[in-house]
Design a protein around this ligand. Structure first.
Ligand code: ZN
Length: 378
């Protein structure tokens, strides 16, 4: 293995091997602070930990531009420190064929440690080469996997960049998300009236029946070609011989168009309200917009980050591939805060499963691509 290849593998294996599920990223953050300080970059932690109830805040770093590139416009690189579960007691295995996996009991966490590793190695190589580079901004977030809670708590007034790269998109090399959805989480509580089911059922108002009737009238799954709706859990009633007075339903709506997600929620509200009214029950709604949709139009030149990505890929002899994502990433939050960000390829496959893997050739290729993006002189 060449030195640079060995370094990216070592960095990745070290970073991926640190446990850091959402809200418990302390060890990952401390490791990163140390790693970057070795190459004289200071990462500062914001106060998100207490805001979101975790043990770690988001890390931010600003690297001054050098030489002739000192006054260039800065570019932001963003990755998340948390992983999904199972993510405790991780053991990383480098296989002879170049694949890197966990031991099969946890996720690998290439999502998103591969991004944290390649961003680090790319900058380290630039620094060692002595090449002039523009200012580089770094943002390493917590709790991305729980609907971008960490990124949402960050204060964007500190960000100087207009362009941002968020390597957090799975698939093939050169991928980017051309759209990410709005996601609305909701809870519906129906309150009827309890009564003995055998002695006086006529005095009860069956909350389960009200909910069932409403749900049966609502289209689920794909509501249209870009909006999905799901009732995920339902909990209600206490015993078999009482008319159930209460039921709580939890679900979500995703849509590529923000307004359509709001409309779908209005539709749910209307039907539940109507069903509850006609049965004499009460209904309460809670909802939370966890992600806000955005779209990137390839033909529109104002999306300058996309053209930078496209040019960097071309330089490496690679092509751009777009993907309509129904996932969401920290980039939803960056775009919402006026930054021209794109969620780009990150070497990770079968994510959110214990079979997750990355490969050495992809880690090497990605480090090279990020170097090109950081130098921004294509
Ligand atoms: Zn991710």
């Amino acid at each position: 293995m060449g030195t640079e290849k060995k370094r990216i593998v070592d960095t990745f294996v070290s970073l991926a091997g640190i446990d850091g599920v959402s809200y418990r990223e302390r060890k990952v953050a401390d490791y990163l602070i140390g790693l970057w300080s070795d190459i004289r970059v200071t990462l500062t932690e914001d106060d998100s930990a207490k805001k979101i109830g975790g043990d770690t805040g988001n890390l931010y770093g600003y690297i001054e531009g050098t030489g002739k590139r000192k006054a260039d416009t800065p570019i932001l690189f963003c990755g998340h420190m948390d992983t999904v579960e199972p993510g405790i007691n991780k053991k990383i295995i480098v296989h002879d064929d170049g694949r890197i996996t966990s031991d099969g009991t946890t996720v690998l966490g290439a999502d998103d440690r591969a991004a944290l590793s390649t961003i680090y190695e790319a900058y380290r190589e630039i620094k060692e080469s002595g090449a002039d580079h523009p200012p580089i901004e770094l943002l390493f977030t917590v709790a991305e996997e729980t609907y971008t809670v960490g990124a949402s708590a960050f204060d964007y007034s500190v960000i100087k960049s207009r362009n941002a790269f968020v390597p957090d998109c799975s698939g093939e090399f050169g991928k980017y998300s051309s759209q990410e959805p709005t996601l609305i989480y909701f809870e519906i509580e129906v309150n009827g009236r309890a009564a003995h089911a055998g002695f006086e059922p006529e005095n009860g108002i069956n909350a389960i029946a009200v909910a069932a009737s409403a749900i049966s009238k609502i289209k689920q799954g794909w509501v249209n070609d870009h909006t999905s709706l799901n009732f995920g859990t339902i909990n209600g009633g206490t015993v078999s011989n009482a008319v159930p007075a209460n039921v709580v339903i939890k679900g979500e709506i995703r849509s590529a168009i923000h307004e359509d997600a709001l409309l779908a929620f209005t539709y749910i509200r209307d039907i539940f309200t109507k069903e509850a009214d006609s049965a004499g029950a009460d209904v309460m709604f809670k909802s939370d917009v966890r992600l806000h949709a955005y779209r990137i139009i390839e033909s529109d030149q104002s999306y300058s980050t996309l053209s930078l990505y496209k040019k960097a890929l071309k330089k490496q002899g690679e092509e751009l591939h777009s993907k309509k994502s129904f996932g969401g990433s920290d980039n939803n939050v960056l775009v919402r805060n006026g930054i021209d960000g794109i969620c780009i390829f990150n070497p990770m496959h079968d994510i959110h499963t214990v079979s997750e893997y990355t490969t050495i050739p992809e880690l090497v290729k990605m480090t090279e691509l990020i170097k090109t993006l950081m130098l921004n002189n294509i």
